[in-house]
Unconditional design. Structure first.
Length: 244
């Protein structure tokens, strides 16, 4: 008995529902922008080394947002959605953590610099100008055993001559004159760095009594945190102090 003739539509339906489905119908391509975002996310830990490298996680997130828009426009045609989510999470984590670490470091660096500057002011207000002047010396020189100030600033010595010249500067005359009732107020800090030291510029307002009333002038104090070699600590040194 002969088999009934099958129509072409029957074979088409069987092809579509059988295991021989056309592979091109299910083909998806990887989103190019998602690949770029993943590469940038992999480089995002470099942001911990320098603030200029913060641009890497920022770019990673920016490209990731662009890739997300592509997935929204073509939800059934692109691959890499899960990898993109991980990439953006890594980039955001590295960027935020690097910024937080930098901000905290700057905060504690400023606090240390201000504490060192406060010790300079306190020595001046406590009639210890030589001890205050010593803060201009290298930290290691200030820790030499047997280095007495009396001998260091003996009459006729070069150190005494330099000290006497510095005491004649305008800001030193004001800060060491108790009759003027000098005071100071912190305004702001700026940071710089060299291979061997971290430099902090501290701006203060110094006020004192004058014949025509209370006067105020800005005083800039530059201090540096020196990275000492073969010594288990870093030392602060006064670089300059002057009215601006």
């Amino acid at each position: 008995m002969s088999q009934p003739e099958q129509s072409p539509s029957y074979f088409n339906r069987r092809w579509e529902t059988s295991g021989g489905t056309d592979e091109t119908a299910d083909y998806k391509k990887v989103c190019p922008s998602a690949i770029v975002a993943c590469v940038l996310a992999g480089l995002s830990p470099l942001a911990f080394f320098h603030p200029l490298l913060w641009v890497i996680p920022v770019l990673a997130v920016g490209v990731g947002v662009w890739a997300t828009m592509a997935f929204i426009r073509q939800p059934d045609e692109l691959l890499g959605r899960r990898a993109l989510l991980w990439a953006m999470a890594i980039a955001i984590f590295c960027g935020l953590t690097a910024f937080t670490e930098w901000a905290l470091y700057r905060y504690y660096l400023r606090q240390e610099a201000m504490s060192f500057a406060d010790s300079w002011f306190e020595k001046l207000f406590s009639d210890k100008p030589r001890e205050a002047y010593e803060l201009f010396s290298h930290p290691l020189n200030r820790h030499l055993p047997g280095r007495g100030l009396e001998a260091q600033y003996a009459q006729g010595s070069k150190n005494r001559e330099n000290f006497n010249s510095y005491m004649k500067t305008e800001h030193m005359k004001i800060l060491t004159d108790h009759d003027l009732h000098p005071s100071y107020k912190f305004i702001q800090a700026e940071f710089d760095e060299t291979p061997f030291s971290e430099i902090v510029s501290l701006k203060y307002e110094v006020s004192w009594d004058a014949m025509d009333g209370r006067k105020t002038r800005p005083l800039v104090i530059i201090v540096s945190r020196i990275k000492l070699i073969d010594v288990p600590y870093a030392g602060w040194q006064l670089q300059s102090a002057a009215f601006r």
